[in-house]
Write a protein that binds this ligand. Structure first.
Ligand code: PMM
Length: 280
């Protein structure tokens, strides 16, 4: 089994967006992304998730050359510093280049749908593959947020993608599933998926949850006058979700604020350990 997937405490993936336009930290970390990524690792992240293309609603796409120009030097720098790296990309060419540069995880928010070559490419690479639920690119995804039964449909669509990716040659035992919170989902869809996460356990695969600072938390925390707090003020709510997800046994959480989620995972682990010993 890939060492990253050996059962253990919930992994914390620290977000490192190397983009000028990501919704919560776009443009803030472009000065010295390797230093920022190394700091996330030092703060307790198990992996640093490097992304060169914003997936925020309405974002426009960058081409593969630009994506590689943004992420490859950062991956190389982090790998050289001994930091385990995941790369957030929907492109097969980028996935290949970053894994060849030492990245351990390909985090594809499109579940292989955005690039028809992704699954076959990942099949030939030595990496973990995060397969997320997705229905369409950022410019159209909000119009695709229609469900009769969100959890059942997301589960069925994940099952379809899982079959396709496995048929293309990716070993099932290196796949992580992600419900894709916020991707073609409204707040009530996101909450339903979190509340019924256990229904995704039927795949017998590790789960990743990416709730960090997302719109549904902004809506949750809106003031009485409807003012929505900025993404940076949603970290406490994010850490609570990390704790609940850890308690449920998810494999990983993808977060912007690493220390608060590391603390949440540690609380849950210590609580669970204490429940197993008898103290006089
Ligand atoms: N969300 C974002 C980007 N990448 N990857 C996974 N696996 N799951 C997610 O929920 C996810 C992701 C969205 O936003 P950001 O990078 O702008 O925070």
């Amino acid at each position: 089994m890939n060492p990253l997937l050996v059962p253990g405490p919930t992994r914390v993936l620290g977000v490192l967006n190397v983009t000028p336009d990501s919704f919560s930290d776009g443009g803030r970390h472009t000065d010295d992304p390797v230093a920022r990524g190394t700091a996330l690792y030092t703060a307790g992240a198990d992996l640093v998730d490097v992304g060169g293309e914003s997936t925020r609603p309405g974002a426009t796409r960058v081409d593969v050359a630009e994506e590689l120009r943004r992420v490859l030097p950062v991956v190389e720098g982090l790998v050289a510093a001994g930091v385990p790296v995941s790369v957030d990309t929907m492109r097969a060419a980028t996935a290949r280049a970053v894994v060849e540069a030492g990245a351990a995880v390909v985090n594809d928010v499109s579940g292989g749908l955005a690039d028809p070559d992704m699954a076959a490419t990942v099949a030939g690479l030595d990496c973990v593959y995060v397969l997320s639920h997705w229905r369409g690119f950022s410019d159209v995804m909000n119009s695709l947020a229609r469900y009769e039964d969100t959890v059942a449909e997301v589960g069925a669509e994940l099952a379809e993608r899982l079959d396709a990716v496995v048929a293309a040659g990716v070993d099932r035992d290196r796949i992580v599933l992600d419900p894709g919170l916020g991707f073609a989902k409204r707040a009530d869809h996101d909450w339903a998926l979190l509340a019924r996460l256990a229904e995704l356990d039927r795949f017998g695969l590790p789960l990743l949850v990416g709730a960090s600072r997302k719109r549904f938390l902004g809506a949750l925390l809106a003031g009485p006058d409807g003012t929505v707090p900025p993404p940076q003020e949603r970290d406490v709510a994010t850490a609570v979700i990390t704790g609940l997800a850890a308690e449920r046994g998810v494999w990983g959480v993808r977060v912007h604020d690493v220390p608060s989620s590391v603390a949440a995972v540690r609380v849950v682990r210590t609580w669970q350990d204490a429940a197993r010993v008898s103290v006089p």
